[in-house]
Design a protein around this ligand. Structure first.
Ligand code: ADP
Ligand code: 5GP
Length: 187
């Protein structure tokens, strides 16, 4: 797929602040940026909207999508399927906007290995402890789910050097400015 480089891949462990950073960025630059809404077999959380946060589908529907080659990448993350539609990305890029993906490290590695031209950005936490605190404070997941996400975070963090940019989300405003520089001002 030709992306003309107008593709931004954001990864980072669960709870690091990806959605919060992206929400602010997408609101500020809604004329320039568009978020690619992923498909997932995960159940929606309170407040999440179908078609806005994710396209929530059953496992069977997701597997059908894999068979039909709908996804540019997909992965099993924390026991749920997540995937990016090729068609969505094409639509966004064809209408002249920068397309933003929030995907896990497996998905990002798949794109890198397939030579998909993009800016690859890893959002890192100041520490694993702060990650756990944020997940607990967010109160959207059970303790067991949080433990699983923290365990995965260590694996994810070990791959951060494969990314072109690493942004540490310690102070939110600093992290936001760095992201803004990379995405809007060309890094
Ligand atoms: P992700 O999308 O990476 O899973 P979220 O954006 O949902 O993470 O953020 C997880 C929690 O951390 C949210 O409650 C959010 O308000 C909070 N948060 C985000 N950035 C910071 C920060 N820099 N300092 C402290 N808390 C933060
Ligand atoms: P959450 O369940 O917290 O919304 O997301 C869990 C993880 O799935 C996050 O790391 C997020 O980046 C990742 N994710 C979301 N959409 C996709 C996708 O389309 N593909 C892949 N590979 N990962 C995704």
């Amino acid at each position: 797929m030709s992306t003309n480089g107008e593709l931004i891949i954001i990864s980072g462990p669960s709870g690091v602040g990806k959605s919060t950073l992206l929400k602010k960025l997408l609101e500020k630059y809604n004329d320039k940026l568009c978020f690619s809404v992923s498909y997932t077999s995960r159940k929606s959380r309170v407040g999440e909207v179908h078609g806005v946060d994710y396209h929530f589908v059953s496992q069977e529907e997701f597997k059908k999508g894999i068979e039909q080659n709908v996804f540019i990448e997909w992965a099993l993350v924390h026991d749920n399927y997540y995937g990016t539609s090729k068609h969505h990305i094409e639509e966004i890029i064809n209408c002249g906007k920068i397309c933003i993906l929030d995907i896990d490290v497996q998905g990002a590695m798949n794109l890198m290995n397939n030579n998909v031209k993009a800016k690859y950005v890893f959002i890192a936490p100041p520490s694993i402890e702060s990650l756990k605190e944020r997940l607990l404070k967010r109160s959207t997941d059970s303790l067991a789910v949080i433990e699983k996400r923290i365990k995965n975070a260590e694996k994810e963090l070990s791959l951060k050097d494969r990314y072109q940019y690493i942004v540490v989300n310690d102070n939110f405003d600093n992290a936001f400015n760095q992201l803004e520089n990379i995405i809007i001002r060309g890094g």
